[in-house]
Design a protein around this ligand. Structure first.
Ligand SMILES: [Zn+2]
Length: 394
């Protein structure tokens, strides 16, 4: 991911302000998703030393076209096809369709010494649509992160960039997949389901040499073009005219996992979602505090000398409202090719970037477990509300 000083907006955005179906959870449903059971699972899955967790297998060098990159992809594929946490149907399948999009592109330097300049890249997409729907009638919430690592500095593993964001997406699915199954199997809304869930794990986000239009976001550029041309199941009798057009919200997670991130609202057309995230964080922090004993709360308010502490800066929350839209379009990242086709973008990336950004210190030692667990809580509740899972969670 790179900061750019110039950005040429070449596309007309899709009709902004289109009615957003979004259903708030009931207080007891929120409490359920914040219960110990869920935070324990998140802590286990995000433990950098837990080799059977979701994060540890990604914390390694994973340059495009290498064996290590393929092994990380196999970890993702196993999650969708073999994970016991995903609801499996009577045919044994999880209901997730997993696809790989492989292609070659020319790079300025090989990813590994002595390698070819014609490099193999592979994106992974996983889709779960409601039953008995035609693809062109479904709009998909699309959760996105890149899984490649950066060539330099040597040994860079990108714990925030973007190993943790990938693991976070999988944790959210593990938390909500059963509720999605219950909702779609309930029959209550038969014939009315138009909302699906999709995950996009992209290759080749990082520049191999220096960030340019052709040496960066290899996977995203290829995926946007391919899906724009994928019109087979989409057409004159369906709502959406292409696979690309079937993305209702492109939710990109990047550079996450360090404490107290400041996540501005970058795009006016998805500002409504940013408002929800701020609201959810305040609700979640309120519930988490209420769950502690009163004595523990009183102790926290005092410093080591027993005096009352001032308000911690971090307590203000991550989704600041001042300064919104200022950086919109100036951050080079995987959303750009999709944005240029008019896809609505919600970019969850801190500003400023974490201090470990693009250094060898972007490793597991600099991930903060309470922050990661809080991300899982916020994103789980947001996706539950977006997918209208109220009534099917408990
Ligand atoms: Zn990066």
């Amino acid at each position: 991911m790179m900061l750019r000083t110039l950005h040429k907006l070449t596309a007309v955005l899709a009709a902004a302000g289109a009615a957003q179906a979004y259903k708030l959870l009931a207080p007891e449903e929120l409490q359920h998703l914040l219960s110990e059971e869920y935070s324990t699972a998140a802590r286990q899955n995000f433990d950098p030393k837990n080799t059977t967790g979701l994060l540890a297998p990604i914390l390694r060098v994973r340059l495009p076209g290498t064996k290590e990159s393929a092994e990380v992809r196999a970890h993702f594929r196993d999650f969708f096809t073999q994970s016991p946490t995903l609801a499996h149907g009577s045919d044994g399948s999880s209901g997730w369709q997993v696809e790989e999009d492989s292609f070659y592109d020319i790079t300025p330097v090989p990813p590994v010494p002595g390698g070819d300049l014609n490099v193999s890249f592979t994106n992974l997409a996983a889709v779960r649509d409601p039953p008995d729907t035609r693809p062109g009638d479904v709009g998909r919430l699309t959760l996105v992160a890149h899984y490649d690592s950066k060539r330099e500095p040597a040994g860079f593993i990108g714990a925030t960039d973007s190993a943790f964001p990938c693991a976070l997406i999988l944790q959210v699915l593990a938390n909500l997949d059963a509720a999605l199954t219950r909702k779609w199997q309930s029959g209550a809304d038969d014939g009315k389901h138009t909302r699906g869930l999709q995950v996009l794990l992209l290759d080749g986000e990082e520049a191999l040499k220096d960030w340019t239009a052709t040496d960066s976001i290899y996977g995203a550029r290829h995926m946007a073009r391919t899906w724009d041309e994928q019109t087979g199941d989409y057409g004159v009798t369906t709502q959406r005219k292409s696979r690309l057009d079937a993305i209702d919200l492109f939710l990109l997670l990047d550079l996450l996992g360090t404490p107290a991130p400041n996540i501005p609202s970058y795009y006016k057309h998805t500002d409504w979602a940013h408002v929800h995230l701020g609201r959810l964080q305040r609700l979640i922090r309120g519930e988490n505090t209420a769950a502690k004993t009163k004595d523990a709360r009183d102790d926290e308010k005092k410093d080591s000398n027993g005096k009352e502490k001032g308000v911690d800066k971090a307590e203000e929350g991550w989704f600041a409202r001042p300064g919104k839209f200022l950086m919109g379009g100036r951050i080079g990242d995987d959303h750009l090719p999709f944005h240029n086709f008019g896809v609505p973008i919600l970019h969850l990336i801190p500003m400023p970037f974490p201090h470990v950004w693009h250094t060898i210190d972007d490793d597991s030692d600099h991930l903060d477990m309470p922050t990661m667990v809080e991300w899982a809580q916020i994103m789980t509740v947001f996706v539950a509300e977006y997918m209208e899972l109220s009534g099917y969670l408990v």
